[in-house]
Write a protein that binds this ligand. Structure first.
Ligand SMILES: NC(=O)c1ccc[n+]([C@@H]2O[C@H](COP(=O)([O-])OP(=O)(O)OC[C@H]3O[C@@H](n4cnc5c(N)ncnc54)[C@H](OP(=O)(O)O)[C@@H]3O)[C@@H](O)[C@H]2O)c1
Length: 249
């Protein structure tokens, strides 16, 4: 396996996949910068990781939807860490609603966080990496970027747009020493939504985090996790009839 990068910033690290990534990188001896809105959860995680692995862990409170605060908070955290190798834009929310129920505010909340929030985080990372002339940007998208999930159109659209944004960014930054990796997770057993364990091939977040960290270490452009079965399923997802997708979801 390739060696892991040494200093990692994770936005959306207080629980779920982000917290599992923090634990995975801590076990690999990396220095960490952890951000999210939940102050207590972040402080507890940082303390746990320092005690277990003797590593440097810096934290900062950040709401990615409060866009004016994102760059200064991230730059402050990255200044405390020094050289930063990887920034992972992981913060995200899931939402369901019935089309036509008028609750467009819910769609706006999802897009503000998953798309505009992620873009703002990524932009701050790229600004830093351009000065360093090195670094790897990682965006956590979703399998829903490949095929819209009925009842969750805003979520699916936010992830499809994020994937597209990162593809464009990767080409723009080619040759500048800055890598871009897009992660497409299948269903993962976290608290992002109810009954996540009931979905097909629902995976453990620790297993997913290990596969993501391995993909990042290899500089992979498209990291599909868990690898089995989604590496085989995703390419055909766009070809499946609507009726099959509706049945699954
Ligand atoms: N679970 C799945 O099946 C699945 C599948 C595909 C993709 N994903 C993606 O994976 C990522 C992580 O999801 P998860 O399942 O681990 O969800 P989760 O357990 O709910 O964790 C979400 C993380 O994002 C943070 N976050 C949410 N809104 C934020 C905001 N406005 N500002 C800063 N941080 C924010 C949360 O921290 P605070 O609440 O403390 O701010 C938390 O640390 C998301 O982007 C999600 O879309 C998940």
């Amino acid at each position: 396996m390739s060696t892991s990068p040494t200093t990692i910033v994770i936005v959306g690290a207080s629980r779920g996949i982000g917290a599992s990534l923090a634990r995975e990188y801590a076990a690999r001896g990396c220095s960490l910068g952890l951000l999210a809105r939940s102050e207590e959860a972040l402080a507890a995680l940082a303390e746990e990781l320092r005690a277990a692995h003797g590593i440097t862990v810096e934290t900062a409170i950040l709401d990615v939807a409060a866009r004016d605060t994102v760059a200064p908070v991230m730059q402050g955290l990255m200044d405390r860490l020094g050289q930063v190798d990887v920034v992972i834009a992981n913060a995200g929310v899931l939402g369901w609603r019935k089309a036509g129920d008028g609750n467009v505010a819910e769609d706006r909340r999802i897009i503000e966080t998953n798309l505009l929030g992620a873009i703002t985080v990524i932009d701050a990372a790229v600004a830093r990496f351009k000065l360093q002339k090195s670094g790897q940007v990682v965006g956590i998208s979703s399998i829903s970027a490949y095929r819209g999930i009925p009842g969750s159109g805003a979520y699916s659209a936010s992830k499809a747009a994020l994937t597209n944004y990162l593809e464009a960014l990767r080409m723009e930054l080619a040759g500048k020493g800055i890598g871009v990796s897009i992660v497409h997770p299948g269903f993962v057993k976290t608290d992002i939504g109810p009954n996540m364990d009931k979905y097909p091939f629902a995976a453990d977040p620790d297993k997913v985090a290990k596969e993501i960290a391995d993909g990042i270490a290899r500089g992979r452009k498209n990291i599909i996790v868990p690898r089995f079965p989604w590496r085989m399923v995703l390419p055909v997802m766009r070809l499946l009839p609507d009726a099959v997708i509706r049945k699954v979801f």
